[in-house]
Write a protein that binds this ligand. Structure first.
Ligand SMILES: NC(=O)c1ccc[n+]([C@@H]2O[C@H](COP(=O)([O-])OP(=O)(O)OC[C@H]3O[C@@H](n4cnc5c(N)ncnc54)[C@H](OP(=O)(O)O)[C@@H]3O)[C@@H](O)[C@H]2O)c1
Length: 226
């Protein structure tokens, strides 16, 4: 796919992988809209990457509908939508997980992806084209005994991705699932997991995602690790 002049939306675009992706898409000549909750951080990243900011909380269905409507109205179409916003919770056994933390990780990682799909698919159906990139995780490919809820939220997002891909095939809308391994981002806060220092830079992962999108026929599932 050619990325020049493509209209690209990235949720969670203010930092980490989302920011790295925004910067790579802009280098390719795409017009990029980034969204996140923290206005100041979002605006700073938008200025730095030459992207358009839109404040939205992915767990609020109406916010995400407004994001999609804003882009459609301002730029006329949405060619690529990246469901990237995500959170994690500190590694622990099952008895160390509060119900609130468990619901929050599902709300952002699974329902956020679901709301994103619900917002963009009607637009892409009307356009008769579009590419959706769901940032999932290698945690959706195996069981993770100390990362139970994060891993479950990503397995759920993967299940949704596979089903929706089959449903949208006749509509010329493609869905790409990306499964990165560990990346050095701020997602872990102060609770850095073991081996963090050896993990991938988000720029490396962003470049691999862009490389795949630029293929004549992008792969539907990509696993990215060191
Ligand atoms: N880092 C890793 O090792 C790793 C590995 C595999 C997969 N992933 C996945 O990669 C994606 C990006 O993660 P990252 O590591 O780049 O994380 P990050 O550096 O913490 O960035 C997360 C982004 O998501 C936004 N976000 C969080 N909650 C949100 C909400 N409720 N509504 C809207 N935006 C929200 C954040 O901005 P605000 O807080 O301002 O909203 C930020 O822009 C996630 O889906 C993550 O699960 C990460």
């Amino acid at each position: 796919m050619r990325l020049k002049k493509k209209v690209v939306v990235i949720t969670g675009g203010s930092k980490g992988l989302g920011k790295a992706l925004a910067s790579e898409f802009v280098k390719e000549g795409s017009v990029v809209v980034i969204s996140a909750r923290n206005r100041k951080e979002l605006w700073n990243t938008a200025r730095e990457c030459r992207a358009i900011p839109f404040v939205a909380d992915i767990t609020k269905e109406q916010n995400i509908m407004s994001l999609a409507k804003f882009v459609k109205k301002r730029l006329g179409r949405i060619d690529v939508w990246v469901n990237n916003a995500g959170v994690t919770i500190p590694h622990s056994d099952i008895d160390g997980i509060t119900s609130e933390a468990a619901h929050n990780v599902m709300e952002v990682n699974f329902f956020g992806t679901f709301y994103g799909l619900q917002a963009v698919i009607p637009i892409m159906k009307k356009q008769h084209h579009g590419t959706i990139v769901n940032i999932i995780s290698m945690s959706a490919l195996v069981g993770r005994p100390r990362s139970l809820m994060y891993s479950s939220s990503k397995w759920a997002a993967r299940g949704l991705t596979e089903g929706i891909r089959m449903a949208l095939k006749p509509k010329r809308i493609s869905i790409i699932a990306v499964h990165p391994g560990g990346m050095k981002t701020t997602i872990f806060g102060k609770h850095l997991p073991q081996g963090y220092d050896d993990w991938m830079e988000p720029d490396f992962v962003a470049k691999k995602i862009i490389q795949n999108l630029k293929r004549a026929k992008p792969r539907e599932e990509i696993v990215i690790h060191r």
